[in-house]
Design a protein around this ligand. Structure first.
Ligand SMILES: Cc1cc2nc3c(=O)[nH]c(=O)nc-3n(C[C@H](O)[C@H](O)[C@H](O)COP(=O)(O)OP(=O)(O)OC[C@H]3O[C@@H](n4cnc5c(N)ncnc54)[C@H](O)[C@@H]3O)c2cc1C
Length: 445
């Protein structure tokens, strides 16, 4: 059977001129999931990706001879979309080994603790921080199910919540380290976003700490490539989209090189932060523009891989947001030291500069010597403009449901607007499925 666009063309129908049934813009996990589902409906789908690779904020690369992730890394059985996909594709799972000790805040600096003491103690504090999670998020995959309670709670930043608790200096610093950096900055991130993650982790500290344990052995790129090996759309790389025009009966999509493609519907699967850089006719709704301007992906997010010679060894580091590097995860011992993963939200840290990163690490580990470095600054990447998603106050209650809806013939997808695991690959896949369903309804198929 002909794909619907061609069938309509053969019948001289109103969509006779469209090149495709659907154009998906953005080849991250959200876009690839949406495209595949639409292909399975027999639709003709074109996927336009700005970069020379698919994957977006999931980027499998190499460092010191190892396969490494510069973006998304870990998945968990609780994240059923991505976990089931990995199982279905026959991809084996690797469990990262546990660190031997922890470098955590003291009252004035940093000090070594046992893993039990550090994660156990911080877990109790995170549970206190998240006390309202059950009331606010009784159904974690329907985050707006208790709007009355949320209206108040969604006003608060992470900092507001920390300040409202009665804590010792050290407890305050442990919470700051645990929640501040992942929220971008404790004065930026919404308390409710962390509580939503907590709810998704069954309101449980051990579960929350456990979700960064398992990886697909193929890396994220291997998983995505498997997804693209069946029911694949036409894929055009190096095709940044600059303009999207919805005439009411058809959508035309223009790329930077000036090529225009047409379709009966479009799925925008680029990060929310990128929406504002694309010219839409008619214009994006004001709530969408607001989301893009305020940012949902953390604009200062940086990740780096470092080959480190130091006294640190197999140690997990978690530092308050006053430090330039906030999290370091030991990955593998080498003959010279350790391969480690670092996270930072310091807008001034140049993660491609060995001296700068070495100085930042020396604030935590004075004898640290950087032997090799590979960094990704997601905020300055024009096709991300931010890292993992973490909503600001009021974005959940005032924006989320509006920006999940289609606008005309355009559906929107991405981890940034997921109902469940927003900020994770699983959320990207969830949102891709939703956008495909919305597109089917736009097309009446
Ligand atoms: C440092 C870091 C660590 C993370 N760790 C984890 C983790 O361990 N586990 C986890 O589950 N998640 C993690 N995440 C989050 C995860 O990476 C994202 O939630 C997920 O990859 C987002 O997928 P997406 O498809 O919604 O968006 P993206 O992956 O950003 O995909 C959007 C795509 O659109 C493309 N694009 C942008 N602009 C245009 C344009 N104008 N024209 C055409 N194409 C365009 C982009 O190039 C990209 O390919 C991490 C993120 C970061 C940054």
């Amino acid at each position: 059977a002909l794909p619907p666009a061609l069938a309509a063309a053969a019948q001289g129908g109103p969509t006779a001129q469209a090149d495709y049934d659907v154009i998906v813009v953005g080849g991250g996990f959200a876009g690839v999931t949406a495209a595949r589902q639409l292909r399975r409906k027999g639709l003709a789908v074109l996927l336009l990706e700005a970069r020379d690779r698919v994957g977006g904020r999931a980027w499998t690369s190499t460092f010191e001879g190892e396969q490494v992730e510069m973006g998304a890394t870990w998945i968990d059985p609780l994240q059923t979309n991505v976990w089931a996909e990995t199982q279905n594709q026959g991809i084996s799972i690797v469990a990262d080994s546990a660190p031997g000790r922890a470098l955590f805040p003291t009252d004035t600096g940093m000090g070594y603790f046992s893993v039990e003491e550090a994660f156990g103690g911080q877990g109790e504090l995170l549970a206190r921080f998240s006390e309202q999670a059950r009331a606010l998020f009784p159904q974690p995959y329907s985050p707006l199910s208790n709007p009355t309670a949320l209206a108040q709670a969604d006003q608060l930043t992470v900092r507001d919540r920390i300040n409202a608790l009665s804590l010792t200096t050290r407890e305050k610093r442990w919470l700051d380290a645990g929640v501040g950096p992942i929220s971008g900055l404790s004065t930026r991130g919404a308390m409710t976003d962390f509580l939503h993650w907590w709810a998704l982790c069954n309101y449980d500290a051990a579960t929350y700490h456990g979700i960064n344990t398992y990886r697909p052995s193929t890396g994220m790129a291997g998983l995505l490539n498997k997804m693209l090996s069946r029911d694949a759309p036409d894929v055009k790389l190096n095709s940044p989209v600059t303009a999207v025009n919805d005439s009411g009966s058809q959508v035309s999509v223009r790329t930077k090189s000036g090529t225009t493609y047409t379709a009966r519907a479009c799925v925008m699967a680029v990060p929310v932060n990128v929406w504002r850089t694309i010219s839409f006719t008619p214009a994006l709704s004001s709530l969408r523009l607001r989301a893009s301007q305020e940012t949902i992906g953390v604009g200062t997010a940086r990740k780096f891989w470092v080959h480190l010679r130091s006294s640190l060894g197999n140690t997990y580091v978690n530092a308050p947001e006053s430090y330039s590097v906030n999290v370091m995860v030991p990955y593998k011992q080498t003959s010279q030291g350790y391969l480690m993963i670092g996270f930072s939200v310091d807008p001034n840290l140049d993660v491609s500069n060995t001296t700068a990163v070495q100085n930042a690490i020396r604030a935590l580990v004075p004898d640290a010597q950087v032997l090799a470095l590979k960094g990704a600054n997601w905020g300055s990447d024009p096709y991300a403009l931010g890292g993992w998603s973490f909503r600001r106050p009021r974005q959940l209650t005032e924006l989320l449901s509006a920006i999940q809806k289609p606008q005309g013939r355009i559906a929107f997808a991405g981890s940034d607007i997921a109902s469940g695991w927003s900020g994770y690959v699983d959320g990207a896949m969830e949102s891709g499925v939703q956008a495909a369903l919305q597109t089917q309804s736009i097309l009446g198929v």
